[in-house]
Design a protein around this ligand. Structure first.
Ligand code: FES
Length: 272
């Protein structure tokens, strides 16, 4: 495919400082594969999570509560009597209680540095891949509304930490049986443990977390604890993409498991 050659007023690869190459790219590999797979994966998750968020059913099977519905903030929660919940929204809320809470993990992922790259490439072709010219005439990056709002990612990080704490609490409660007696473990408990581990790993590997832990320091030598923490976060941060996908799959898996048990399709095998 071809693109316009650089001009005086052009931007991006058509800017006047760029080489006068008419082709939109010179890559000979299958560069489109990664953005296509990414778009398909994200689309599948959006379809699944939209269905589950609006379903308002089959999200609680004692002792498990779906991570999509936790914490429960309205009186119409199936978990009101048993599980972790705060009826902050009282009885007037008639829609799915998941809609009250999903905005936080959704906002965290939507503004995540990795997911931004993923959906800019996968859905907007901006740019489609490295060294491939984007089809748009203008490019303003994230300097204007609405994309300048991506800067609120650091605040979503704090919200995501709170949500991860609640999901940790849910995982502790999963060490009960269906009659709420402690000291039991089911297949669901293992799935919840896997999920909360990946959720924490993804959350802590966040670029904002790395900056909060080790940023704005002039001398690491004067802050040995923060330096050490920064090193640990940095190691996780190098795997941020992997953790983003692994935790996305695990949270959907945990929800689907609760759905299967709650809808009666499956009995949670008790391991002890
Ligand atoms: Fe991805 Fe913060 S950069 S979660």
């Amino acid at each position: 495919s071809r693109t316009e050659p650089p001009t005086e007023s052009g931007t991006g690869v058509r800017g006047r400082t760029r080489a006068a190459i008419a082709a939109s790219h010179l890559r000979t590999d299958r560069w489109w594969l990664a953005p296509a797979v990414t778009a398909a994966g994200l689309f599948a998750f959006v379809v699944y999570s939209t269905w589950r968020a609006f379903a308002n059913a089959h999200y609680y099977a004692a002792p498990y509560v779906s991570p999509f519905y936790s914490p429960c903030l309205a009186d119409n929660c199936a978990t009101m009597r048993h599980g972790p919940n705060w009826g902050l929204f009282g009885g007037w809320w008639g829609l799915s209680p998941a809609l009250l809470i999903l905005i936080f993990p959704l906002g965290f992922r939507l503004t995540c540095y990795y997911y931004r790259k993923a959906y800019y490439r996968g859905f907007w072709a901006s740019p489609p891949a490295c060294a491939v010219a984007e089809p748009h005439k203008k490019y303003t990056g994230e300097t204007r509304f609405p994309l300048i709002l991506q800067n609120i990612h650091r605040y979503f990080f704090y919200a995501a930490v709170l949500v991860a704490c609640v999901l940790t609490y849910d995982t502790v409660l999963a060490f009960r049986d269906e009659h709420y007696a402690w000291g039991h473990m089911g297949l669901g408990t293992l799935i919840f443990l896997l999920n909360i581990t990946l959720i924490w790993a993804y959350t802590i590997s966040c670029h904002s977390c790395r900056h909060i832990v080790g940023g704005r320091l002039k001398h690491f030598s004067k802050h040995p604890v923060r330096y050490r923490l920064w090193g640990w976060v940095g190691k996780l941060n190098a795997r941020h993409m992997l953790l983003a996908w692994a935790s996305l799959v695990s949270v959907a898996l945990a929800d689907f498991y609760v759905y299967l048990v709650a809808s009666g399709a499956f009995d949670d095998p008790r391991l002890f």
